[in-house]
Design a protein around this ligand. Structure first.
Ligand code: ADP
Length: 372
């Protein structure tokens, strides 16, 4: 019997599930918004993911529906459940990846470490929060943000007035003094099994993940244990199925605080394709199908992933293959097949080896070939 997984969303995450599905003989079909998206190889349906009537016929052709992004509205998810479709992660878990205010409230209630935060409905509340937190705060839209859009550092309440005027509550957070940003990915099956990759360091530029070092340097021992414990607790308490990425701040006083949750394969886990026994894309498919999870050890001492962002002069990535391949033959390149608009994530490279400095150098040098 062929196993059938349906993915809503046709971006690079859906695309990178395709090789894993092919290897396992899983029939992967993708519901995309428009033709020519990154995962077009596996697209079977084009339509609007906000329209239950468009998604339902697609969902009925698969054993389980999962996601490339977290934007599918709760009403559409409810309609799928109502129709008897298996949805993983389920809507009651996904809610906390869709709404940062709900996520902060739930994690606080669970006693998990988060930055100081408050719900803001009007300017006076933000003014109070600012005066309680040294005159600076990070303000976030509760829904719809990604890659730093929907995140703003403010010093006065008026700086958030345009967002408040939209009529939705905002999230205010203390501006965390972090040493670095980390991410902990895990996968959980409906039957409860959990597998964790090592915690990684993620380096952001302009709110966008730029590089990932796996494992995070100097993380073995307590730091790795705490990161894993936090992610396990989130996965179990929220009933997450599939891959869960927990973005963390490591504070200057060595605490870990949860920043964000993603309930799907995540940019900080791309290194696993080349660097772990089981990639996050294969693991996600196994987990949503409730199959035993794969081993999550590292193939090399260090893996470093660098994103390739489109630049003003970036043409097709494959135009650069002759030079890039000959200069960095051991670096693995992943081309998302997207048109390289400036700032857009169009691919990534992964280098691996025993000497971290060398691996970082190789990965950056390879990425450079594509970026200018
Ligand atoms: P997005 O949903 O757009 O990814 P995040 O909430 O992850 O937004 O924030 C994007 C980036 O902004 C983070 O990776 C971090 O660098 C910075 N940031 C977010 N929240 C805080 C905070 N409370 N204190 C300091 N920096 C923050």
């Amino acid at each position: 019997m062929t196993l059938r997984v349906g993915v809503i969303g046709g971006g690079q995450l859906a695309r990178m599930m395709i090789p894993a599905a092919v290897n396992l003989g899983i029939e992967l079909s993708v519901f995309a918004e428009t033709a020519g998206e990154s995962a077009s190889l596996a697209v079977t349906t084009l339509g609007d993911f906000r329209d239950a009537a468009a998604v339902l016929p697609f969902a009925r052709t698969v054993d389980v529906v999962t996601f490339d992004h977290e934007h599918v509205p709760q009403e559409v998810l409810a309609a799928l459940l109502e129709a008897g479709v298996t949805v993983r992660p389920g809507p009651e878990a996904l809610l906390y990846a869709q709404d940062k205010l709900l996520m902060r409230g739930r994690l606080s209630a669970l006693g998990l470490p988060v930055p100081d935060w408050a719900r803001i409905d009007e300017e006076a509340q933000l003014a109070q929060f600012l005066s309680d937190h040294g005159g600076r705060a990070v303000v976030k839209t509760a829904t719809g943000g990604y890659d730093g859009k929907g995140v703003r550092v403010v010093r006065t309440a008026a700086e958030a007035s345009d967002w408040l005027a939209l009529g939705h509550p905002l999230l205010a957070e203390e501006l965390v003094e972090f040493r670095r940003e980390l991410a902990q990915s895990v996968a959980r099956r409906p039957s409860g099994e959990i597998a964790c990759w090592p915690v990684v360091e993620s380096i952001q530029r302009d709110g966008v993940c730029s590089e990932v070092i796996a494992p995070a340097p100097s993380s073995r021992g307590r730091l790795a244990d705490v990161a894993e414990e936090i992610a396990r607790s989130v996965a179990e308490n929220l009933g997450v199925t599939g891959v869960l990425a927990v973005e963390l701040f490591e504070t200057t006083d060595e605490r870990l605080l949860v920043n964000e949750l993603a309930m799907r394969p995540h940019n900080t886990g791309h290194w696993t394709i080349d660097g772990s026994t089981t990639s996050q894309f294969e693991q996600h498919l196994r987990a949503v199908l409730d199959l035993p999870l794969g081993a999550t050890g590292c193939r090399d001492e260090w893996s470093v992933m660098v994103n390739i962002l489109g630049g003003p002069a970036t043409g097709d990535l494959d135009d650069r293959y002759p030079h890039a391949f000959s200069d960095e033959p051991s670096v693995k390149v992943h081309n998302y097949g997207k048109s390289p608009r400036p700032g857009r994530k169009v691919g990534h490279v992964t280098a691996a080896g025993a000497d971290l400095d060398e691996v970082v150098f190789q990965a950056r040098a390879a990425a450079e070939h594509y970026q200018n």
